[in-house]
Design a protein. Structure first.
Lengths: 173, 200
């Protein structure tokens, strides 16, 4: 093949082919680790929202303002509600009596229906056949108490004020 | 491990959604998918391995820390390449590295660095086709790419090395479609001119 035979078209095709054959370069080992060290992983969205609200509320001035607003609202409610209750006590008494009568009737109907269902479906017999001893009751009570205490401790840690101002990077940005 | 395999089957958008939800593995998957293409692009833009690594790191830190601002209606790859290209162009503007020495990169200090970045001259005694299609052709093309204007360089690399469509390049570089086509046409013309001495 003569040198002159390499036309513009051939040369162009050769350029394109050569470009597509260029080797893929790889960064050095540990590249991804170095990148990940500099990347701030976000917390899940609900946690971020909760942290944002908590850090906003936990500012001393805002916490004080919220507490003050709560006291004022409660005082105003009392100042309005107590005289109103006193002046409207007969009407309120009537309404309460009526509601209590309706409520007790409803509760009795529901209880009777539930009892009928329990007897007719055989659930009562099944429940009666369960060998429930005093020990079991104590274990259940202890478990329920421990679960309740665990929830309370969890809530305490969840709701306690952060020790330092914590604002996620994306909020700052 | 199972999560890693599952991630490989997901689309970029799905992996991004997992990353936004705070999945560490999703971040690593995005990094695994794009570290080589991004590094290759930046390396061919700046022609310096250490600098390319630093700029690639900056690119990924920007990308991964700003995932919340990524809009899923656009291709993720376009977004990543846009950031990579901007990082490389900024660097080229700060330091005029678009000139290339046959003796190696300007900041090559050790003997190995000089050897790694030096370009090979071609023996012109072979026939043109065999000569041009030989292993040195890659070096010649790299040399020719390094001499292109940065805008042409980005376009030609994204089109013919990364295999991106014209539309995607236009989206990536924020250029009109016609401009992209013109840049690629001119870049190929210039590359032909650089290689022209080798056919005579």
């Amino acid at each position: 093949m003569s040198r002159k035979q390499l036309t513009d078209t051939e040369l162009d095709a050769l350029v394109v082919r050569s470009l597509s054959r260029l080797p893929v370069r790889a960064p050095s080992r540990g590249f991804s680790k170095r990148v990940m060290d500099r990347v701030q992983l976000p917390s899940p969205r609900p946690v971020r929202a909760f942290q944002r609200v908590r850090s906003w509320v936990a500012q001393p001035r805002r916490a004080l303002a919220l507490a003050g607003a709560y006291v004022v609202a409660a005082t105003v409610a009392l100042v309005i509600a107590v005289p109103w209750l006193i002046t409207h006590s007969p009407a309120i008494g009537f309404v309460f009596n009526w509601m209590a009568a309706r409520g007790s009737t409803l509760a009795r109907d529901v209880a009777v229906s539930a009892a009928r269902w329990a007897v007719s479906s055989g659930f009562a017999e099944l429940f009666g056949s369960v060998p429930l001893k005093t020990t079991h009751v104590w274990i259940l009570a202890f478990g329920a108490t421990a679960a309740y205490a665990g929830c309370a401790i969890g809530l305490h840690f969840l709701l306690r004020a952060p020790r330092e101002k914590h604002v996620p990077a994306h909020v700052q940005a | 491990m199972a999560l890693g395999k599952d991630l490989q089957t997901l689309s970029d958008q799905e992996v991004v959604a997992l990353a936004r939800a705070g999945k560490d593995a999703a971040y690593r998957e995005l990094l695994r998918r794009y570290e080589r293409p991004v590094f290759s692009l930046i390396f061919r833009m700046v022609r310096d391995r250490a600098l390319a690594e630093d700029l690639s790191q900056d690119t990924f830190v920007k990308v991964l820390n700003a995932l919340d601002s990524y809009r899923p209606e656009f291709k993720f790859s376009s977004w990543v390449f846009k950031i990579a290209n901007n990082v490389a162009i900024d660097q080229l503007r700060r330091r005029e590295l678009d000139t290339l020495s046959l003796d190696g990169a300007p900041d090559a200090r050790t003997k190995d660095e000089v050897a790694a970045t030096a370009l090979q001259a071609v023996d012109r005694t072979e026939s043109p086709l065999a000569e041009l299609e030989s292993r040195e052709l890659g070096s010649m093309i790299e040399e020719a790419i390094a001499k292109l204007r940065p805008e042409y360089r980005s376009c030609i690399l994204l089109r013919h090395v990364e295999g991106r469509s014209y539309e995607e390049i236009a989206e990536t570089l924020d250029l009109p479609l016609g401009t992209v086509k013109t840049y690629i046409h001119r870049a190929r013309h210039e590359l032909r001119e650089y290689l022209d001495p080798y056919r005579e």
